[in-house]
Design a protein around this ligand. Structure first.
Ligand code: GLC
Length: 581
């Protein structure tokens, strides 16, 4: 069973931002006068979001696991990037089957990460620096160690029984459901305690919550209000596209798992739940929420994010991050995908732009060129791309340094439960294990989870202990401390590019139009707003290229460039340049 691709498709298939229309906070400033209502100025459209994977960011107590105090110690660094919001992966109590995506208490902090007091200090530290905080909310499923599940499995008549999906064994085996993470890909787990099966689209330790039960939904809104009352600024709704289910669990056609998104995502009921969530949470607080899953079509995505529907705010389409292939990818296809998503949301709705997150291997290894010769140039080029597109940019921690894939060669180096389960599955099937390991080297999400490379000291300055996952061996060459000192580093370029986006609202709101659309290696486009026009030229290849812009570039002003000089339409390998026309 080809797990990796479908797995990546959902995980990375869409994120959605939601927030309320009626701001309750007084301190919001947005760029005034953004065109029509669809393009109305909103802080979350202007946000530049930096994603922190807490487990791997900075360890303060030497246990080898990143923590909140570690993040607090790096607040000045985060501020120095110029980013305006931080998205934190889950930090709630969890037995860590799936690194926090299996929550056992939604109102508490994971022991390894610290305490609620640490959280309060972190939130204040961010807000003092005018940085917003977006929290992950994992409510398609909980941990099997959550009190709800413990109660639920204890008896068929327990009041929490219907918080989850159960199927009594005397009705026979339930119809097959594909599990993304299970070693056998079977989403039904038999539990002898009550002679029933429970449903888990992800691992056995991640039972799916029953969104069809109003009592469960009320609990979730209560949790969201708890965090919103603490003053957080947004939620990312993890795997939310899967929440609604047809609880009769009808048979799906044989082989449906190859296209399981069509069966699992956007099941009727989902929009009702989102409207209810909007009423209960988003209409009362100035929070945006980010949910994975833009559905299966532009229509689905619009139905989720169009402002008038009062559901979510922003689509996070994963088609763009699914393009990379170990053997290389088609740049025309890449251009087409990003252009098509832009045009589908040009008038209504809003999207996010990203090339990596904690579920992806490293951006520069997948979309750029991580060789010594081109790593820095191509990372700068990719960061220019993300930060010059229309839509809210998401930057994954470490990509501001051009951190690369881990280069792990043994299955023992990997920690991701989904990967280890799939490895067992491949072994059971007597598959080509060497080929599977090569595949992991390119695309396993652990590549993006190695410790943040702070400096050239032991363990890259991440921890004084043994990190939970090995540090990338290239940390002595690629690290923040070295790049701080170099004005031409990827890090300092990143800061310049962030500052450029903030200083030029045309990069947030401006109309996007392709230039020289047929070019096979150069991605060129203009951004235009209120009489201003910028031209972005990006050479996505390691070969020089000539682009036909139709503009007199000798008369245009260079705003940023990743080579010391620019020569107009002649682009060097991985050259990136933005002109003001
Ligand atoms: C989302 C998360 C991923 C997690 C999965 C199950 O896709 O991004 O990291 O494993 O949900 O919660």
């Amino acid at each position: 069973m080809p797990i990796i691709q479908p797995f990546r498709r959902i995980l990375f298939a869409a994120l959605l931002f939601a927030g309320c229309e009626q701001s309750t906070k007084q301190n919001e400033t947005t760029t005034a006068g953004a065109a029509d209502s669809a393009n109305a100025a909103k802080w979350w459209k202007e946000a530049i979001i930096y994603q922190i994977y807490p487990r791997s960011f900075k360890d303060s107590d030497g246990d080898g696991v990143g923590d909140l105090k570690g993040i607090i110690s790096k607040l000045d660094y985060i501020q120095s990037l110029g980013v305006t919001a931080v998205w934190l992966n889950p930090i709630y109590s969890s037995p860590n089957d799936d690194n926090g995506y299996d929550i056992s208490d939604y109102r508490n902090i994971m022991k390894e990460f610290g305490t609620m007091e640490d959280f309060d200090v972190l939130l204040k530290g961010l807000h003092d620096r005018k940085i917003k905080l977006i929290m992950d909310l994992v409510v398609n499923h909980s941990s099997d160690e959550h009190e709800w599940f413990k109660q639920s499995r204890s008896s068929r008549t327990n009041q929490y029984r219907n918080y989850y999906h159960w199927w009594e064994a005397e009705r026979g085996k339930p119809n097959y459901r594909y599990s993304l993470f299970d070693v056998n890909h079977d989403a039904w787990k038999y539990d002898s305690l009550t002679n029933s099966y429970y449903l888990h689209y992800f691992s056995r330790k991640q039972p799916d919550l029953n969104w069809e039960n109003p009592a469960l939904r009320k609990e979730v809104y209560g949790i969201m209000q708890f965090w919103a009352n603490k003053g957080i600024d947004g939620f990312r709704l993890d795997a939310f596209g899967f929440a609604a289910k047809d609880t009769t669990f009808p048979a799906f056609p044989k082989g449906y798992e190859k296209n399981f998104m069509a069966y699992y995502s956007m099941v009727p009921g989902i929009h009702d739940y989102l409207k209810e969530m909007h009423r209960e949470v988003f209409s009362k607080y100035d929070v945006m929420s980010v949910a994975e899953g833009a559905g299966n079509s532009f229509e689905d995505a619009h139905n989720l994010v169009d402002a008038s529907r009062k559901e979510l705010h922003m689509a996070y389409a994963f088609e763009g991050v699914d393009i990379a292939r170990a053997e290389g990818y088609s740049i025309p296809h890449f251009k087409k995908v990003f252009s098509k998503w832009d045009s589908a949301f040009a008038k209504e709705g809003w999207i996010s732009v990203f090339l990596a997150n904690h579920d992806q291997a490293r951006m520069v290894s997948r979309y750029g060129n991580d060789s010594e010769a081109y790593r820095d140039l191509s990372a700068k080029m990719l960061n220019t791309f993300i930060l010059s597109m229309r839509g809210t940019p998401y930057l994954y921690n470490g990509d501001e340094l051009a951190m690369t894939n881990a280069g792990f060669t043994s299955i023992n180096d990997y920690r991701d439960m989904a990967t280890l389960n799939e490895y067992k599955n491949q072994v059971n099937q007597k598959a080509d294990i060497a080929a599977y390991l090569r595949k992991l080297q390119f695309e396993c999400r652990d590549n993006g989870r190695t410790p943040f490379q702070w400096d050239a000291s032991a363990q890259a300055g991440f921890s004084t202990g043994k990190p939970w996952i090995n540090v990338n061996r290239n940390y002595t060459r690629i690290n923040a401390a070295t790049q701080e000192k170099d004005p031409n580093s990827v890090l300092n370029y990143f800061r310049k590019m962030v500052a450029l986006r903030k200083a030029n609202p045309v990069l947030t709101y401006g109309k996007y139009s392709l230039v020289d659309p047929e070019h096979t290696t150069v991605y060129a486009y203009t951004r235009e707003w209120k009489g201003e026009k910028l031209l972005v030229l990006l050479n996505f290849s390691d070969k020089p290229a000539t682009v036909k812009t139709g503009y007199a570039l000798d008369k245009a002003r260079v705003l940023i460039q990743n080579y010391p000089t620019s020569s107009g339409e002649q682009l060097r390998p991985y050259e990136a340049v933005i002109y003001k026309l």
